[in-house]
Design a binder for this molecule. Structure first.
Ligand SMILES: Cc1ncc(COP(=O)(O)O)c(C=O)c1O
Length: 362
């Protein structure tokens, strides 16, 4: 008989620990239920539904203007292109593990012929000294907050302020990859507008902590966003109608933006449970947002077996996958959302007791 995979068992588990729940059609259905069917759709970037949401987001971010994009990938390549054109210098800098470098098939380089300087090493965030140490001029520095691929680490707020002041002084534009901006506000104890004030341009996403379907906002001064609209058209991003993404972004923004503190506190609690287990640690040890990575001193296949067994025995799913790091180590990512608070605490403690036992045995 074929053994069930970790993903199959995870999907069937009564309680799943991370996330907001299945990304199925209900995500859109729920939004549409309360909607007036007579409402007019947007048309090629114009119309009340898109314009109202753009104003709402520009106000939330404390920026003059905002434009809705179908994806962050499109929005950010465009942002960097605009800053390069403005300075007449096709060179930018960012972290070696940022989204543009590892998840976008080199779009920035292939489509825009922009040269990239990779700052800092892969295991840590960009610090002020990395920026000061640049030996070539750049048009723009991109900071991803939190730095997802290293567990969602963050620089200190003082470092952000210092990098921002340095860039302004040197004529370097500062762009924020704020795919998870909402999620870091409780750690910094700042408003989105206070953080965005440090940046010339900002991208935010509506399907991470907010839990929408897809979509992004690019914000900045009006000149910048107006130019971004032209590029959006050139990139084929002006879909005739984007309202399914916009109304779901708006709906889940209202529903979850004030829950980030809760997710953050819960992420710290959950990470502490992991860290009590033998040969298990989280990165960061104490999370600074709703996300972290769980690292095991055990091979991927071993962890799949252990986690599948635990999920079957308890009905609680910790993850649907494990990634290989080396032959002897493995990891996965956790993002805390609405589901965490539904898991009975006693049962969750039992899960970690079991994990600890199995890690000791194996
Ligand atoms: C840090 C970061 N930046 C940018 C993106 C791109 O967003 P999109 O999927 O909307 O293109 C993502 C998506 O996962 C991301 O995690």
């Amino acid at each position: 008989m074929r053994m069930e995979t970790l993903l199959e068992v995870y999907k069937q588990s009564k309680y799943q620990v991370p996330g907001h729940g299945k990304r199925d059609f209900h995500v859109l259905k729920r939004v549409m239920e309360g909607m007036d069917g007579q409402q007019e759709s947007d048309l090629y970037g114009k119309g009340k539904v898109i314009e109202d949401f753009q104003v709402k987001m520009s106000e939330y971010l404390g920026k003059e203007s905002a434009v809705f994009f179908p994806s962050g990938t499109m929005a950010q390549q465009i942002a960097l292109r605009i800053w390069c054109d403005q300075k007449g210098l096709k060179r930018v800098a960012y972290h070696p593990l940022c989204h543009l470098e590892i998840h976008e098939e080199d779009g920035l380089k292939e489509l825009h012929h922009i040269e990239v300087i990779l700052l800092a090493d892969k295991s840590r965030v960009i610090e002020l000294d990395d920026v000061i140490g640049l030996n070539k001029d750049i048009a723009c520095l991109l900071l991803e907050l939190p730095q997802r691929e290293i567990g969602g680490q963050l620089p200190s707020y003082e470092t952000l302020e210092a990098i921002s002041a340095y860039c302004r002084d040197k004529g370097i534009r500062l762009h924020l990859d704020g795919a998870r901006l909402f999620e870091i506000l409780p750690y910094y104890k700042k408003s989105a507008a206070e953080i965005c004030e440090l940046f010339d341009s900002v991208y935010i996403s509506f399907y991470k902590g907010i839990g929408g379907i897809a979509g992004a906002i690019l914000a900045g001064e009006k000149d910048f966003t107006e130019t971004s609209r032209v590029w959006k058209r050139r990139h084929g991003g002006d879909l005739i109608s984007l309202y399914p993404y916009i109304i779901s972004a708006d709906y889940y923004f209202d529903m979850r933006v004030n829950k980030m503190e809760q997710y953050y506190e819960e992420a710290k609690e959950l990470a502490a449970f992991y860290n009590q287990c033998d040969r298990v640690s989280t990165m960061p040890i104490v999370p600074v947002s709703n996300m972290f990575h769980v690292h095991f001193e055990a091979a991927k296949e071993k962890m799949e077996t252990i986690l599948t067994a635990i999920s079957k025995e308890t009905g609680i799913g910790l993850t649907g996958y494990v990634r290989e790091v080396t032959k002897e180590t493995s990891n996965y990512e956790v993002s805390v959302g609405d589901l965490y608070s539904q898991v009975p605490k006693g049962a969750l403690k039992n899960v970690f007791q079991l994990l600890n036992e199995k890690m000791k045995e194996n």
